[in-house]
Write a protein that binds this ligand. Structure first.
Ligand SMILES: Cc1cc2nc3c(=O)[nH]c(=O)nc-3n(C[C@H](O)[C@H](O)[C@H](O)COP(=O)(O)OP(=O)(O)OC[C@H]3O[C@@H](n4cnc5c(N)ncnc54)[C@H](O)[C@@H]3O)c2cc1C
Length: 468
């Protein structure tokens, strides 16, 4: 069987894309140079929208069993313990039908994603195989999920847009002794310690595992940061060697870069290969998961339904501004957290004297692409309500388009879409509209106030997807 899509890299993004394309029936091969899952400490957080993407991949329950849901937010505190900023938490099931924040151990998540691939005889995973050149791959499309040093990105010739932050940090996971009073006193929520003497991030991952991210200061030697003599004194305010053992550590330089040029012909990029963010929002992998969800339905529409290849040009135009707004916020947060000049830090603290500032994750619109022009909710992820029988909305839709809202508007649309009359009316009413067309990735293609607007939107969609 000829290969529809070759994926280079079986990190979280390549593995998720393989699952989504496998479910769509495409012939997929995935290559990774390593056999083992990446062992060093990286992602610990994903959000409710990403859990919804895992739901689309049929893996939400398995991932929920390995991750810790949290209703709590993230707090930026100064050296004196005063709160400067708060990323708000989300109570109960959030807008996506799942807890808004999840904490996890990345190797376990990747294990579940890789295991999910076994469900599809049409997906071939080749581990221990380094791709030396994209020309070696005989596939209709090649997706570079090959990380920050991407080979596919070189082949495309993408141009980096530097968003300005490049800073080395030590990242450690500790296995904590649950009986230690100092461990019991640790915060339940994520703390960003904005101490000019030594900025740090503290995260409760799950079980006994906790994450510390510790900024390197001038004069620090990256090679010995995790040795006991250097490490434990930096931890003095939290824990000592009797309270926890160091599980794993690495020094990374955090970057903030978006590439321009995510596609050239059959070559595409997803994940860290086309964007990198400092981890202060816990959103790097999340962005890659959104890439995979965006790309998967478009590749399936081309291969299965004959949609034009030009559909893939909407992938970067939609996703690049979206991911850039997350990275730009992470860079702004980094400027607060990483201030090391005591006078500038004192000045910063005075800016927040009137009270802590609260914020949420950005909810940007997709850039132009497979959507009509218009304000939100167009181009944003539509919430996932529970249907009357208790099922979540996406379960009733599957990997298809859907029309939600006022059933009286839904006649003779001429598109292949699941109709869900009566669903989402409250959300639509808040925006002064009566119906919406949702894409297979649940982003809103168009909204309508009446039957004529809905019919016009459906006709526009048909034109965009029409076989070349
Ligand atoms: C300290 C830290 C904390 C983080 N925290 C978070 C967080 O809380 N939340 C979050 O969402 N994100 C976080 N991230 C980011 C997240 O870890 C990455 O965005 C994510 O791992 C990227 O996934 P990927 O699949 O794109 O790339 P990778 O995981 O890098 O996978 C790329 C794969 O491609 C393979 N490969 C590369 N070249 C080739 C080749 N030529 N042939 C074959 N195989 C190849 C590699 O072996 C690798 O397996 C964090 C990152 C760091 C460093």
């Amino acid at each position: 069987m000829p290969t529809d899509v070759a994926i280079i890299g079986c990190g979280p993004v390549g593995a998720l894309l393989g699952n989504l394309l496998g479910a769509a029936g495409l012939a997929v091969e995935i290559h990774d140079r390593d056999r083992a899952i990446h062992p060093l400490p990286r992602a610990v957080h994903f959000d409710g929208e990403v859990m919804r993407i895992f739901q689309a991949a049929g893996l939400a329950d398995r991932l929920a069993a390995t991750a810790r849901p949290s209703s709590k937010g993230m707090e930026f505190v100064n050296a004196g313990g005063r709160t400067l900023m708060v990323r708000r938490g989300i109570e109960g099931p959030g807008p996506h039908g799942w807890a808004g924040n999840w904490y996890f151990h990345q190797p376990l998540l990747e294990e579940v994603l890789r295991d999910g691939l076994k469900r599809y005889p049409n997906v071939r995973l080749q581990l221990g195989h380094e791709v030396g050149s994209v020309d070696d791959l005989d596939a209709r499309f090649v997706v570079g999920c090959d990380g920050a040093r991407s080979l596919v990105r070189q082949a495309i010739g993408s141009t980096p847009i530097d968003l300005g932050l490049h800073q080395p940090w030590l990242v450690v996971d500790l296995l904590c002794n649950p009986d230690s009073p100092r461990v019991q006193a640790l915060p339940d929520h994520t703390v960003q310690l904005c101490d000019p003497a030594r900025p740090m991030t503290v995260v409760k991952v799950g079980g006994a595992r906790r994450r510390w991210e510790i900024m390197l200061m001038p004069g620090d030697d990256p090679a010995n940061m995790a040795t006991p003599d250097v490490f434990w004194p930096m931890m003095a305010r939290w824990l000592g060697p009797d309270d926890a053992t160091l599980e794993r550590s690495a020094v990374y330089t955090f970057h903030s870069v978006v590439q321009q040029g995510w596609r050239r012909g059959r070559l595409l990029l997803a994940g860290d290969s086309c964007h990198q963010t400092p981890p202060f929002l816990g959103q790097g992998m999340c962005a890659g998961m959104r890439d995979a969800a965006n790309l998967a339905w478009k590749l399936a529409a081309i291969v299965n339904d004959g949609a034009p290849d030009a559909l893939l040009d909407t992938y970067e135009s939609e996703r690049r501004p979206h991911v850039a707004s997350f990275i730009e916020l992470a860079v702004r947060l980094g400027a607060v957290l990483q201030e090391t000049d005591p006078a500038a830090a004192a000045e910063r603290d005075r800016r927040f004297e009137a009270g802590a500032q609260s914020f949420d994750f950005p909810q940007p619109q997709l850039g132009p692409g497979v959507r009509l022009d218009g304000p939100p909710p167009v181009g944003t992820a539509f919430p996932q309500p529970q249907l009357s029988g208790g099922r979540l909305m996406d379960e009733a839709i599957g990997a298809r388009f859907a029309v939600v809202g006022d059933g009286a508007l839904m006649h003779d649309l001429g598109i292949d879409a699941v109709r869900l009359p009566g669903v989402g009316l409250d959300v639509l009413a808040r925006h002064g509209v009566r119906a919406a067309i949702l894409r297979p990735d649940r982003y809103v293609f168009a909204v309508a106030r009446d039957a004529a607007e809905l019919a016009a939107a459906a006709a526009a969609l048909t034109t965009m997807l029409k076989p070349a």
